[in-house]
Design a protein around this ligand. Structure first.
Ligand code: ADP
Ligand code: ASP
Ligand code: MG
Length: 813
């Protein structure tokens, strides 16, 4: 004999119920088939009861929906010839339900007994309709009301299954039942004096397990809407996978800590008889699902699953009067238990100064009341503080039989959460060492689960979630590079880059599944109006692990947002030089936020675009070297200008060309005044460990004062024409000395300077081509012959690849 249970979603519609008939066709055994109420009906019944008890008339429309749902299902499933009998039976049951609701409405209250009675209609009606459908389809099927088989009695004020009576009822009945399929309602039972009782929310699983144990079934199959028990709730963690094989204890622990797919009490009866449970998917019956047995789990696996319980609260009892006084915890737990409040997790500080319990948030009000009352005497005398609950919390638990024989798992769990800025309120480890659980903020649950899942289950593929600000020249190239490289990164570096948000100055667009990089610009055009504050808010709200904010702009305003990201453990990668060249305090603050919140702040492209200049500098210093001197040509734009300017061209035309070809900032004066190079050498000096401000850098401008003082590009270019003779003279002087003009930045003995210089033949700087940059690092280890980094130092493509490299650095972090 086999016991099959089909849950609420498996019987939620006539189409789904027809699926069950198809599934049954492959069984030759005798079957006890337990069904839940049609999906959602239990909630509706409870709602109707509550509304009626509140004397809210709208309970009637809820009732009406329940009625329509059942009558419609009959009309769709059962042939017209049989319909009227089934309809009239169901209608008369619904009349009883309506009378009960009316009763609650008139009295203005609902007792637990009445509530059980009302909610029992869900399973009563669904099981009856399904059995009639099977009969009408010619299946060898009969119906048995579970209230006649499962008996409950009160233990400690709670309805509990009376196994002795139940087992004997079941084995007698099912042994003699003739039909091949016996359909029974789940969830409902009856007490010794024939009152209707229920087995708790999700209790149809338990019904099926009770039957399976009573008849020594070959197997208990739980058919639901997912393909088994997953490594984490698949609704929260997309990457979760069904666990093929798991032990009873592991399954029990996972379900106890929130894996709703199995109602926790279900395991006990079948465990005692050694009956296997198979969790199967009604919508994908070909999937093997999860097998739950006594046997040990697959070799080498430590953590088998991660589960969570939301809607939790912490209640702490504390005060100096608790130390060394026996019986306080006994009283504490006693009052909670007497108030029917279930305690999910307990921790006690070693000083005995406090006991902290995790309870459902629904029980907070009641528990505060009963605890404050029970300890009123001590509280009045200041020995114990009044309890203050903390709400909006959740428990997250790692579960696995083999966890006890492995060190370091809790370390890994907590560091993973910490790295993702998930604050841990309380930690508890089960005595069986089969689970480690902790309490975190409810808002962090999704991020926490995903981060833990990635750490413990995913083949080390790390997903980086990118929020990209600025999709102009550099940004567009960057997005394209991601598109082309994602496959390679996944295969070779085990990294997956997902762009979740993009913005330019006009629009912003988000897609939690990852923006399609083939059509990002179309999508951006459909996005909402760009707004810096809402962008930050959105990124923080999404609260993804491994989030990175990428700034491809040159904007002051955007540079001011970095601290809002870093202080939420969101990394920042930027080619925007403004933040790092702002006042030292701000630069240092951002670096310190990055350290405190474990969120890298990288800006390799601030100097030399894609050239590995800052990273090299950092590595030199980290390995104990000291920077003695830096000499560099750091402006791709100025190089382009001075490489092309000569006595056959005009300075104006070359600068114009540089601007048009994207070698300069949109405002070319930023390059030509030397500001841009000042910022770069300032950043290198700071990264070498020196406290320096931009005003400390000497700059002897080569531009005439009038050009420097222009307010717009038009006037600026006009002034270049006016002073062409001066520019020609600069060129002529250098030529006379067999030299070339280069704009050089220097740093030595704590002092930095920038300026135009004549570079003689043979010098390292003489042969710089096009937009090349070059940096000479003189260090203690490279005192005479410097370390040289040279290559293209401007252009959207190389800048984008520098940003890309920073992202990869974070991925490997
Ligand atoms: P049924 O109505 O069939 O009894 P439930 O809704 O009670 O179904 O249980 C199935 C649901 O349990 C899934 O849809 C899923 O959202 C949730 N769930 C939570 N944790 C897990 C887990 N670890 N594995 C599978 N499902 C889980
Ligand atoms: N219908 C009940 C509930 O929703 C029992 C069950 O589906 O298991 O809780
Ligand atoms: Mg269920």
């Amino acid at each position: 004999m086999k016991v099959l249970k089909f849950g609420g979603s498996s019987v939620a519609s006539p189409e789904n119920i027809s699926r069950i008939k198809n599934i049954l066709s492959s069984y030759n055994d005798k079957i006890i088939l337990v069904v839940s109420a049609f999906g959602g009906v239990t909630d509706e019944l409870l709602k109707a009861g509550d509304l009626a008890a509140d004397q809210d008339n709208s309970y009637k429309s809820t009732f009406q929906e329940i009625e329509n749902r059942h009558l419609d299902t009959i009309k769709k499933l059962i042939p017209i010839t049989n319909q009227s009998r089934v309809l009239s039976k169901v209608k008369s049951e619904l009349n009883v339900l309506e009378t009960l609701l009316e009763g609650a409405f008139f009295i203005g209250e609902i007792t637990p007994k009445l509530s059980d009675k009302i909610v029992s209609f869900g399973e009563l009606l669904s099981s009856y309709i399904i059995s009639e459908f099977f009969v009408s389809e010619g299946l060898d099927c009969s119906y048995k009301d579970s209230r006649e088989l499962i008996k409950t009695h009160k233990i400690g004020g709670k309805n509990t299954v009376n196994f002795k009576e139940t087992n004997s009822n079941c084995s007698n009945y099912f042994k003699n039942a003739k039909a091949k399929i016996i359909v029974c309602p789940g969830f409902i039972a009856s007490s010794a004096n024939e009152d209707i009782t229920t087995l708790g929310r999700g209790g149809s699983d338990y019904t099926a397990a009770i039957y399976a144990a009573a008849v020594d079934a070959d197997i208990l199959e739980i058919w639901t809407d997912v393909s088994g028990m997953y490594t984490a709730n698949p609704k929260m963690v997309k990457q979760a996978k069904a666990i093929p094989h798991i032990s009873y204890e592991e399954a029990m622990e996972l379900s106890h800590f929130g894996a709703k797919v199995l109602y926790p009490p279900t395991i006990q009866p079948v465990l005692a008889k050694g009956i296997s449970i198979n969790i199967k998917n009604t919508f994908q019956p070909e999937e093997p699902g999860t097998l739950i047995t006594k046997s040990k789990n697959e070799k080498g696996k430590t953590v088998r699953g991660i589960s969570h319980i939301g809607n939790m609260a912490l209640l702490s009892l504390e005060g100096p009067g608790m130390v060394g006084i026996p019986g306080i915890s006994k009283r504490f737990f006693e009052v909670l238990s007497q108030a029917d409040i279930s305690v999910v997790l307990i921790t006690q500080a070693s000083s005995e100064h406090s006991i902290c319990v995790g309870i459902s948030a629904d029980d907070v009000e009641k528990s505060v009341e009963v605890v404050n009352e029970a300890f009123a005497y001590e509280m009045e005398r200041g020995r114990i503080k009044p309890v203050h609950p903390e709400e909006n919390l959740a428990i997250v638990a790692l579960v696995g039989d083999n966890m006890k024989s492995h060190q370091g798992l809790s370390g890994k769990m907590f560091s993973t959460l910490g790295k993702n800025n998930v604050n841990i309120r309380v930690i508890a480890q089960g005595a069986s060492e089969r689970n480690i659980s902790c309490v975190i903020n409810e808002k962090d649950v999704k991020k926490g689960l995903n981060a833990l899942h990635e750490e413990f289950f995913e083949e080390n593929i790390k997903q980086l979630n990118l929020f990209v600000m600025g999709v102009g020249n550099v940004g567009a190239k960057f997005l394209n590079q991601i598109k082309l490289q994602n496959k390679y990164l996944k295969k070779n570096l085990k990294l997956k880059l997902r762009v979740i948000g993009i913005s330019n100055s006009r629009n912003m667009y988000f897609d939690e599944k990852g923006i399609d990089l083939n059509s990002w610009s179309d999508q951006l055009a459909t996005g909402e109006k760009a707004n810096k504050e809402s962008f930050i808010k959105k990124v923080n709200e999404m609260n993804y692990r491994n989030s990175i904010f990428v700034d491809n702009t040159a904007s002051h305003e955007i540079a001011e947002t970095y601290s809002a990201f870093l202080s939420n453990s969101i990394s920042v990668v930027t080619c925007n030089k403004i933040a790092c060249s702002s006042e030292y305090g701000n630069y240092a603050h951002l670096k310190s936020l990055a350290r405190t919140y474990n969120a890298p702040f990288l800006f390799e492209t601030n100097v030399g675009a894609g050239l590995p200049i800052i990273d090299t500098l950092k590595n030199l210093i980290a390995s104990g070297d000291k920077i003695l001197k830096i000499q560099a040509v750091l402006s791709g734009s100025l190089n382009f200008v001075f490489n092309n300017f000569n006595d056959t061209t005009t300075f104006h035309d070359i600068v114009k060309q540089a601007q048009e070809e994207g070698y300069t900032e949109p405002d070319p004066k930023i390059d030509l005044s030397g500001i841009d190079v000042m910022r770069k050498i300032l950043i290198l000096a700071r990264e070498s460990g020196h406290v320096l401000e931009i005003e400390d850098i000497k700059n002897k401008p080569f531009l005439p004062k009038e050009s420097l003082e222009t307010n717009n590009n038009e006037d600026f270019f006009k002034s270049l024409i006016k002073y062409e003779d001066d520019f020609q003279k600069m060129f002529g002087d250098a030529k006379k000395n067999n030299s070339k003009l280069k704009y050089v930045a220097k740093f030595e003995n704590g002092e930095a300077s920038v300026g135009l210089e004549q570079i003689p033949k043979g010098h390292d700087f003489y042969n710089l081509e096009e937009s090349d940059n070059i940096v000479l690092f003189y260090t203690e280890r490279y005192p005479n012959l410097p370390m040289i980094i040279k290559g293209a130092g401007a252009g959207a493509d190389v800048t984008a690849s520098g940003i890309f490299a920073d992202i990869i650095r974070i991925g490997n972090f």
